[in-house]
Design a protein around this ligand. Sequence first.
Ligand code: 7PM
Length: 287
Amino acid sequence: MLLMKNLKCGNKTLDLSRPAVMGILNATPDSFSDGGLLYSAGQLDQSKTLQAVESMLAAGADIIDIGGESTRPGAQPVSVDQELARVIPIIEAVASRFDTIISVDTSTTQVIKEATVAGANLINDVRALRREGALQAAADSGLPLCLMHMQNQPDSMQQSPQYKDVVAEVAEFLQQRKQACVEAGISADKIILDPGFGFGKTLQHNLDLFNGLGQLATAGHPILVGVSRKSMIGEMLGSPVDDRLMGSVTMAVLAAQKIMAAQGALILRVHDVKETVQALSVWRQSI
Ligand code: 7PM
């Protein structure tokens, strides 16, 4: 397949001739590393939220990923209404104030539909559009989408993840979901693939997948990598979630190197935009 250097995201275009950075905006009160940061007195604080977006954009983020469902193991499930109430006003506020690509981190059909109207430019689904109606809603949106691999469900995925060949199985799953998208009328050049680091994987599975990134990229789709502050880094360093910055940035640069060697395109989903952008800038100028 032809190498894609630009990704059309609604009325915006994402330059993928170099690694793109997706900054995480967490609209949940309970995420594992930054949940509740944007809350005041139990309510999402609009001015804190817009400030967080502004600072990620100033630091060089290409995309802002807005999510209202915590996929943390054991997290409280959110109702559709709750998820809508968390993300739609933020998408509207960000779309009206900033010229950036807005990604919506959701698996919920109604959220996909309303987010598209509110101004989202990309759909990021950790369940790879497997919920009822999600595939059709994504197809109707006309937006690009990220399909992520997850073994089991968030509440059980870390109990005892098992694979015979993790790289082959994840690649096969993503290929099948891509096929389902194409059959639903979504053009292949709108599809981003993501191995889903930490979603039903042991440290060894995550490392095998990380080393297999080049293989995954050979399908010709942009690859999204989310390792920022995850427990795989915590396990390697023996460090808690507030002490994983250097490990996260190191893995971001290594992912860039691997994807470049495979002539692929990369999107990095990160909490620490400034540090990641700086590291990538130094990496790019030194190669
Ligand atoms: C608990 C577990 C809390 C995992 C939060 C997370 C990804 C994503 C997330 C990813 C794509 C986090 C994750 N991770 N979307 N959404 N890829 N495409 O660390 O790796 O933010 S949530």
